[in-house]
Structure formats: structure tokens, C-alpha cells
Design a protein around this ligand. Sequence first.
Ligand SMILES: *Cc1c(COP(=O)(O)O)cnc(C)c1O
Length: 415
Amino acid sequence: MNTPAAAVDAGRLLADLIAGRFPDARGRFGPFGGRYVPETLMPALERLERGVREQLPTRGFKEELAGQLRSWVGRPTPLTFADRLSGRWGARVWLKREDLAHTGAHKINNAMGQALLAKRLGAKRVVAETGAGQHGVASAAACARLGLPCTVYMGSIDMERQAPNVGRMRLLGAEVVPVTSGDRTLRAAIDEALRAWVSDPEDTYYLLGSVVGPHPYPYLVRELQSVIGREAREQLLASSGALPDAVIACVGGGSNSIGAFHAFVPDATVELIGVEAGGRGAGLGENAATIAFGRPGVLHGTYSMLLQNEDGQVQETHSVSAGLDYPGVGPEHALLAAVGRVRYETASDEEALAGVRALSEWEGILPALESAHALPAAERWARSHPGRSILVCLSGRGDKDMSTLERTLLEPAHR
Ligand SMILES: *Cc1c(COP(=O)(O)O)cnc(C)c1O
């Protein structure tokens, strides 16, 4: 493999992964991760790292978070046996229902956890970035719940594409700031949120939405999302008496998938499969499949896989699902790929749309377009492993995607 990981001992890295030794003290996942930021940002990141280390393990934080997850987020989310899909595909298919979490996706697990942390660290306000708007809505909701003022930076192009979520954030009391610099989408919004944080690091908390960015974010977000896999593992053991043979999840920045995988990484019998957005095809700019088509590089303060052109310029991406449309991926995924613990596949726009149709018609569940990317890959696995069991992380619900679905699945050409 053409990454620096090839130079080191993959066997030792895998053993360290299984033993839970990542990130290390420098915030690294093997060769990936770390903290590639301007000097001005270092004090804020160091303060945050200290706060994470001091707060997360305490009984007080854990109890407060567990209480909010239970009474406000709606956890544990159900584990659903997909009866009709299983009959059709030939393997036993289980769905972890993050679509039933408050605000409609797994994003709320992270948003509530970090909002609680912000409060404990004495922050007076929260800033966040958002692309499709889902993380902005989750952050706005969590901040409203805890009485924290919230400012969400959003690319001006995304504000047009995702107008209903802009309205939701405003109703939840957040200020939505249009970003007209750079690519006017998520990438520029992250830059702007980081800038706002640097200008007032004492009173501001930056609530980052996925397992990306500089240390400690990939660690912090993983810890808050790993509740998905912990719950699913217990629920499966309770209802079927066995671990699944495979766990599968879609990968954008990588938070729902890391959340689903983390509890299963040490289980050698459990295959882990991440599914990236294959978009319209393999060409540069036609997809958002970072691990499939990217090369190592630095984006938003972390060293990971990155979609870039020949000159190392970050590449524009395409996916039918706005939530997967990011040119980077979390550094822990880069390591999981390099050592072969997780296999990464792609699903195209067309396949994801077919996944939406299948789950809707066969199980009565309208999945988010992001989550639907996991379904064609789950079907391929199921058909080649008859009688075995697969756990699919259903990261969110599809109501937010109705305008895209009207233009695609409900058009006469698709019917
Ligand atoms: C944001 C989002 C994703 C992609 O983000 P990850 O960090 O990769 O999980 C996937 N599914 C849904 C429903 C989302 O809202």
C-alpha cells in the first residue's frame, strides 16, 4: 500500500489498535492524526485536550451524559431485525437504528456530549460548522437544551442547498453565519469556525462534527459515538446470543462508522466494512471515496487520507448525499485501512438510491441517503455469506432528503 504505514510494522500497529493504544500521547493513530495547526491554535487545543482528559472519565460527566442520552436523545436506540430483507438477501440482517435518535441521526450523540463538556469547561458560547446541516441542527438542539448560545458557520452554497435545516437551526435559537470565502461549502465553514475559536479561545468552545480535525477531536468524537457499537453488541448478544459476522456502516468523515466499529475491533471473527461515496464514478471530482482514491496529506489539522489532485490541491468532491461530501476522512480510518482491520468499499449514487428504495419498501424505513450507501454493500456481503449475520448501522433517517428523492426516485424515469 502506498502509505507511510507500509514502512512500519502493520502487525504491531494492529496489535496496538486491538489493545486500545490509539491515539498515542501525541494524538497519533500510527502514522496518521496528530496536530498540524498554526501556532495560534495550539493553546486552545492543549486546553481542550486537558479538559477532555480531566472530564470524560469522571463519574459526574458519565452520569450526566447517560441521563441526557436516555431522557432526551432517546437511547438506547432499538436494534431491529430486518425480517423481509433477510429473507430476500439470504443472511440475517440487523439494523442499529440511529435514525430514531433525536434530530434524526447519530450526530446528536456527539453534539450533546461536547455541549456538556463545553459547559463543564466554563465556555460562554459554542461555535460549530455544518455542511448538510445535520450537525448544525444537532449542535443547536444540544446548546438550546443546555442554555448555551450557539453560532453555526455554514457555506453559502450549502445554505441554499439545505434551506430547511437553516430554518431548523434558527428555530432552535442558533445564529447561522453564511461563509462566502473559499469553496463556500463545508471546507470553508470549518476554516471559519476555527478562526472564530482562535479569536476568543477562553470563552468559546468549538463543537466539531466528526472524527476529523486536530487532536483531541478524532479521539473525543470516537469516545462519544462508540455508544452505538457498545449498545448494538449488547443488544445482539441478548437477542441472538452471538456476535455478528460483519458490521457495516457508511463513511463520510467517519464518525458513525467508528462509533459502530469501535466495540468490535478486538473481535477477530467480526468483519468490519466501511462504505464510502462512490458518486458517479472513479474520476477525480466524481466521488467522495477518500480511502479508495485518496493519498496521505494534511487537511484541517490532521494527517490522513485525502482526495487531492496531482499538485496536492484538495479535490472537490461529489456525492448524492451531502453528508458524505467531504474530501478527507478521520485518521483512525486511515490506520484501520492501512493495517487491514476494516475493509473499505464504495457504493455509487445509483446504488445508494436503490438502497433507499429497498429499505423503504421491504422494511418500512426511509433511510438517510448517507446511510443507504451501506445497504448495497450489505446486500453483496449477505448474498455471499448465506445464513450468517450482519449488523448495519443505520446512521440517520431520510426525511431531510425528500427534495433529492423527489428529483430522482420519484421522477417517472425511475419508477
Ligand atoms: C453526517 C452524516 C453522515 C456522515 O458523517 P460520519 O461522520 O461519517 O458519520 C452519515 N449519515 C448521516 C445520517 C449523517 O447525518
